[in-house]
Design a protein around this ligand. Structure first.
Ligand SMILES: [Zn+2]
Length: 397
């Protein structure tokens, strides 16, 4: 009888979860990440870890003076399913969020959730995660307070506050980060001085002219710098260019340096250039603005089970799709080479992140390869700022 119980307990302990992480290995991984979080924040680890398959990802609970942190082994196993060399940032964020709950004393449940996000943001910053990893974690992680859903846009603001607040020391010590920030500041000041901005004083009133096949308002916008008219589309309450920007800046390029391709696919810009090229009243979309657009059509692909495969967004947003957004397989220039034209489309995002000495942007990739293993889909891709020329879309201010 006793032997049977022991055998049963062993079987339970060594159950393999769906992602092939034996429970004991997963537990030691989770436990070492938890230690890492506590060490980096300089707090004592008096937290007891426990598996619980009935929760989404993790939950914190204080019971009889003991801090318990429960996690779902299957869900956590899925977050460990990574490409080589990547860190499990979403798992770290979610664990840190729960640890953050042990330091909250507010009666307002929603505020507790947001402050736990802020804490988690500061942990990711201290562990040198790029800011887009904070955004990705929030995209995966659903939360409720007082039984109602906590909005992801507010959570992003708090988590970002934590990340930015925590990273302030880092910014001063890193010359390159300092340099780049100064650069962005200067750009914003210079924008107002530029001739082609002065010409475009009037903000044009947008009049809806027709609708896309799934009902999005369509119109046109004329860039008074060069009198070029663009199709525009309103999706999830925001007007977007429904074409790639073609404004001819001195540093921009055409795909394969052929003018006819500029007409078809728009111009390629360097990141610094892309930041300033949208006409007055418009800007290069921020990461969260892209995410809202993609979420409107079921989200983008991410290699965790919590995320949809990004193929619905691809089908709706690609040229000819029902949304009227008409994304194209624009290609790009990477380290001097033109590639991906008519196979993949890449778009700049107004947000850089630092990883060691290099600066990258989490751009948006429309993957239109005919690959029997993967559907055509939208995903996020890290682009090194210095190496790339890519197209851009504009969104209304
Ligand atoms: Zn929470």
């Amino acid at each position: 009888m006793n032997n049977l119980i022991i055998a049963f307990v062993l079987l339970f302990t060594y159950t393999i979860n769906v992602y092939g992480q034996p429970s004991a290995i997963l537990e030691s991984k989770v436990s070492s990440i938890l230690n890492e979080i506590m060490t980096i924040k300089g707090i004592n680890n008096n937290i007891v870890l426990r598996e619980n398959p009935d929760i989404q990802f993790a939950e914190a609970e204080v019971s009889m003076g003991t801090n318990y942190l429960y996690y779902n082994p299957d869900a956590f196993g899925g977050l460990l399913y990574l490409e080589e060399g990547e860190r499990e940032w979403s798992l770290i964020f979610i664990l840190a969020h729960e640890v953050g709950h042990f330091f909250q004393e507010d009666n307002d449940e929603k505020l507790n959730e947001l402050n736990a996000d802020k804490f988690a943001g500061s942990v990711l910053c201290a562990m040198k995660a790029p800011i887009n990893e904070v955004e990705i974690a929030i995209t995966i992680h659903d939360l409720k307070a007082n039984g109602s859903y906590v909005s992801k846009s507010t959570r992003r603001i708090y988590a970002r506050k934590g990340w930015e607040g925590g990273c302030s020391i880092e910014k001063v010590t890193s010359n390159k980060a300092r340099e780049l920030e100064d650069f962005f500041e200067t750009i914003n000041k210079e924008l107002e001085e530029k001739d082609y901005y002065k010409k475009d004083k009037s903000i044009q009133k947008i009049v809806v002219k027709s609708y896309s096949s799934d009902g999005n308002p369509l119109s046109t916008y004329t860039d008074s710098r060069d009198n070029r008219t663009y199709n525009i589309v309103k999706i999830a309450n925001k007007w977007w260019f429904a074409e790639e920007l073609k404004f001819d800046s001195p540093n921009s390029k055409c795909p394969y340096d052929l003018e006819k391709y500029c007409g078809q696919f728009g111009r390629y810009y360097q990141f610094e250039d892309a930041l300033q090229m949208c006409p007055r009243g418009w800007h290069l979309p921020k990461f969260g603005e892209w995410v809202e657009l993609l979420d409107h059509y079921g989200g983008y692909f991410l290699s965790t089970p919590a995320r949809l495969d990004g193929s619905n967004a691809y089908n709706k947003l690609i040229i000819g799709g029902e949304s009227g957004f008409n994304a194209k397989l624009t290609g790009r220039v990477n380290s001097g080479y033109h590639n991906h034209l008519k196979v993949r489309g890449s778009y700049w995002v107004n947000q850089f992140s630092q990883n060691g000495e290099s600066f990258s942007v989490s751009g948006i990739m429309f993957d239109g390869r005919d690959d029997p293993r993967d559907p055509k889909r939208v995903f996020l891709q890290n682009y090194l700022v210095e190496d790339h020329y890519m197209p851009c879309r504009c969104i209304e201010n």
